[in-house]
Write a protein that binds this ligand. Sequence first.
Ligand SMILES: [Zn+2]
Length: 325
Amino acid sequence: MNIITTVVGSYPTHAYDAKTFNERLSDSLGLYDPYRQAIVNAVTSFVKRDIDIICDGQVREDMVKIFAGKINGFKIVDNTAYIKGKITPAARGISTKDLHFAYKVAKSLDDRFELNASLDKIYAHQQRGIKGIITGPTTIVHSSIIDNFYSSKKNAIYDIAKALSYEAKELEKGGACAIQIDEPFISTGAEDIEVSKKAVEYISTSVDIPVILHVCGDLKDVLEDLLSFDVDILDFEFSGMPQNIKTLKKAWTPECDKQIGIGCLNTKLESVDDEGDVKKTVNDVCKIIDKQNILIDPDCGMRMLDEDVAKGKLEVIQSIRNNGV
Ligand SMILES: [Zn+2]
């Protein structure tokens, strides 16, 4: 069995003040980036713990604002995203610069990191890669207020999907080994699943690299539908949501060619998970999906955790990656 690890996204962070002379000089010119050091910090932590598919740590703003702040048609007022006009793609890639910077940091620490790394080589532990993360269309629209232009959420979702497919293509060109679409809102039932599906597939079919769809929460009403989405990997929470194992067992069929990202660290638990518990979660899912290649990761974002606890948690999946289940 080949086991690889990834992270879902956000990592503990804080903005770093300008300290050195050069940093203070850039700051005075409005050019200092307080998040650059946070990316270095997150990436270093991932690489040290043998994470095979890293990300930039999603250290910049929250998952909605990072896109709504750049895509045309939105306006952020008092921390809330408002849709004010026709949604069209951002002028340039939103997160490609951070992807590149994170790659450079990772490569300097471990030569196995490659741009456009292949999933097969990552499973063979020959390469490591960096994925691009996009907040999904359903989640962005349901976290925003429609103020103008759209009479239904559905059309706004489709226009965001078009704007985000541009972002996905930029990340692919920038060297991402995969695109992860985060759609926490799908499991809430707030949107017609057919609309969410069409929007996700608009993005997934626009790139040639593997696409991961991350949906958190209780999947009992949506998992069967999710198995039919045109994506390569479905990433779910199983540790803090053990009922998802039962739901998967009911819905899974041996013909399913999708890979399942096994969320096996409980990110709501503010201490390091017991390795035996984590192994049990992985084994329970493995028995259902019966795959040679296994992808394991934390349940969901780690941002709210104490940094030392986050590191300790990653060391648990590092041990499973290196020693097996
Ligand atoms: Zn999540």
